[in-house]
Design a protein around this ligand. Structure first.
Ligand SMILES: Cc1cc2nc3c(=O)[nH]c(=O)nc-3n(C[C@H](O)[C@H](O)[C@H](O)COP(=O)(O)OP(=O)(O)OC[C@H]3O[C@@H](n4cnc5c(N)ncnc54)[C@H](O)[C@@H]3O)c2cc1C
Ligand code: FES
Length: 447
C-alpha cells in the first residue's frame, strides 16, 4: 500500500474520516463523488493495515441465515432495505471497478450457506422462502463442491470476490489525485468541543466520520455495550483442487471457503476475543485441512477479528448522541466488504442529501430488543465479570481501554481483552484497539 505522512499539526476540513480501512476509503470516495471537496482521512497505523488486510473478501449479501431473523425482528420493509443495501453494494463494486478500471481480481460467482446437520434443514427452507420474498432468487440444493457431507445449502447468484488491497490502493490514488489528504500514524484520541483530538494535532471538521473498525468514541455507553469482537482463523491452501464458488457454514464456528487464484482460503473456529476454547485453533484448522484436502499444502495462515453486534446488523449513520455532525460505520459482523459500501452510501447521502433510503435498517437509535436480548445479556455479564482483574504477570493484565481483564492467548502469544476485544503483544504494546495505551508493567502495578 502507498505510504503517507503523519498529520503535520492542527487543521480544519469539511469531512474528517477516522480510519483508512476499506470503510474509511470508500466513505471518502463516495463523498468526493457527491461533491464534497475538502476531505481528510487519518489512520492510527498504515492505510489498510487493519482487518481489511486480513479479510477473505467475499462480496455478498448472504450473511449466514440472517433474513428470517431480520424479517421477524425488523419487519419486511427494514429487512428488505438491509438486503437491498447489500445487493446494491455488490453492483456498486462492479461499477466502480469498471469505471475506474481497477485491476483487483474481481470475479462474479455464487455464494452458498450450508449445513452438515439434518436438524438445520427446516430453518434453511424457511430462509429460502424469506429471501425469495425479499427479492433475491435464492435456491436450495445439497449439491456443492465441498469435501464435506453437506445436508443442505442455499445459493445466492451474482455475488463476487476480489483482492481488497489492490482495490483500495487504486482508491487511495484516486483520492489523493483529487486533493484528499491521507495521513497515517495519527490516532484519534477522542472529541473535545466538537473537534477531534489526535496525537498529532486537533482537527476541526464540519463532518466527523468514525470508520475505525471499533468506534473511537462512545457517548452514553451506546456503542461499547453493544459491540464486541470475535476472532477467526484462515489458511491459504495450495493444491486443494479448485472451487468456483464461496461457502460458509450456518453455524458460528463452522467452516468458510473461497477460491483465490489456484488457492482455497479455508477458515473456521470463530470465538469471542479473549474467550478462546482450550483447543489450539490453528492446530485444529490444520488438522481439518489435512482431513479434507490430504494433498494440499498450507502456504499462509493468519487470524483477525470482527466487530459484532447483538442483532447482527451494523451501526451505520448519524450518531446524534455525539453531535449532529458525527457519523459511525461499525459492527460489520463478518461482512465488511458490502457493509463498507452500504456505510459509504448511507453516510455520504446523509451528509450531501440529508438522508438515505437504506438508513432505517442500520440506524444507531434502533431498539429491537427481540433481536438482540440473549447476546446482549451474555456480553453485559462478560463485561461485569471481566471488569475485575488480579493476576500477576510481566504486564498488569488490565485493559487500558476500560479496565477489563485481558487473557493470555497461547495461539498467538498475545493479551486479548475479554470485553471489547483490544489486543496487546507480550510486552503489552497495543496491537489493535479500541485501547490506545499499552498495558502497565507488572512491577508498577498496585495489587
Ligand atoms: C478472518 C476474516 C475474514 C473476513 N472475511 C470477510 C468476507 O469474506 N467478506 C466480508 O464482507 N467481510 C469479511 N470480513 C470482515 C471484513 O474484513 C471487515 O469487516 C472489514 O475489513 C472492516 O473494514 P474497516 O475499514 O471497518 O476496518 P479496518 O480495515 O480494521 O480499518 C480500520 C482502520 O482504523 C484505524 N484506527 C483504529 N482506531 C483508530 C483511531 N483511534 N484513530 C485513527 N485510526 C484508527 C486502524 O488502524 C485501521 O486501519 C472478514 C473478517 C475477518 C476477521
Ligand atoms: S477493549 Fe474495552 S475494556 Fe478492553
Amino acid at each position: 500500500m502507498p505510504e503517507y505522512p503523519a498529520l503535520p499539526g492542527d487543521t480544519h476540513t469539511d469531512a474528517l474520516i477516522v480510519g483508512a480501512g476499506i470503510a474509511g476509503l470508500l466513505c471518502a470516495y463516495f463523498l468526493q463523488r457527491k461533491g464534497v471537496r475538502d476531505i481528510t482521512v487519518i489512520d492510527a497505523g498504515e492505510v489498510c493495515g487493519g482487518v481489511t488486510a486480513r479479510t477473505t473478501a467475499k462480496i455478498t449479501s448472504q450473511h449466514g441465515l440472517l433474513y428470517t431473523k431480520l424479517l421477524k425482528g425488523l419487519g419486511a420493509e427494514r429487512a428488505a432495505h438491509y438486503l437491498a443495501a447489500n445487493e446494491a453494494a455488490i453492483r456498486q463494486y462492479g461499477e466502480i471497478i469498471r469505471h475506474e478500471r481497477i485491476d483487483c481480481d474481481f470475479i462474479s460467482c455464487n455464494a452458498w450457506v450450508f449445513t452438515a446437520h439434518e436438524e438445520d434443514l427446516p430453518s434453511f427452507e424457511e430462509e429460502v422462502r424469506t429471501v425469495q420474498k425479499l427479492g433475491v432468487q435464492a435456491v436450495f440444493s445439497n449439491d456443492t463442491e465441498l469435501p464435506l457431507a453437506v445436508k443442505g445449502a442455499i445459493r445466492f447468484p451474482d455475488q463476487a470476490h476480489f483482492h481488497p488491497l489492490k482495490f483500495s490502493r487504486r482508491i487511495c490514488e484516486l483520492l489523493t489525485e483529487t486533493g484528499c489528504g491521507i495521513y497515517t500514524h495519527t490516532a484519534a484520541l477522542g472529541m473535545r468541543d466538537g473537534a477531534v483530538v489526535t496525537d498529532r494535532g486537533t482537527v476541526r471538521a464540519k463532518h466527523v466520520i468514525s470508520c475505525s473498525h471499533y468506534p473511537f468514541i462512545d457517548k452514553s455507553a451506546l456503542l461499547f455495550a453493544r459491540i464486541f469482537q470475535e476472532r477467526s482463523y484462515v489458511l491459504a491452501l495450495q493444491n486443494a483442487g479448485t472451487i468456483r464458488d464461496m461457502y460458509i457454514d450456518c453455524r458460528d464456528d463452522g467452516f468458510s471457503f473461497r477460491p483465490y487464484g489456484d488457492m482455497t482460503l479455508f477458515g473456521a473456529y470463530d470465538h469471542k476475543t479473549g474467550h478462546q476454547h482450550k483447543t489450539r485453533h490453528f492446530e485444529a484448522l490444520l488438522a481439518e485441512a489435512r482431513r479434507g484436502y490430504p494433498q494440499a499444502e498450507t502456504v499462509r495462515m493468519w487470524s483477525a477479528q470482527d466487530c459484532m453486534t447483538h442483532d447482527g446488523i451494523p451501526y451505520i449513520g448519524q450518531y446524534r448522541a455525539a453531535g449532529e455532525n458525527v457519523y459511525i460505520a461499525a459492527g460489520f459482523n463478518k461482512w465488511g466488504m458490502t457493509s463498507a459500501v452500504a456505510a459509504a452510501e448511507i453516510i455520504s447521502d446523509q451528509i450531501t442529501k440529508g438522508g438515505s433510503e437504506y438508513q432505517d435498517a442500520f440506524c444507531l437509535e434502533r431498539g429491537d430488543a427481540g433481536l438482540q436480548a440473549g447476546s446482549f445479556v451474555k456480553n453485559a455479564a462478560d463485561v461485569a465479570v471481566n471488569l475485575t482483574a488480579g493476576l500477576t504477570h510481566a504486564v498488569e493484565p488490565v485493559c487500558t481501554h476500560m479496565g477489563c481483564a485481558v487473557k493470555w492467548n497461547p495461539d498467538e502469544n498475545t493479551w486479548d481483552c475479554t470485553c471489547h476485544g483490544s489486543r496487546f503483544d507480550t510486552e503489552g504494546n497495543v496491537i489493535s484497539g479500541p485501547a490506545l495505551k499499552p498495558l502497565n508493567k507488572a512491577e508498577l502495578a498496585k495489587h
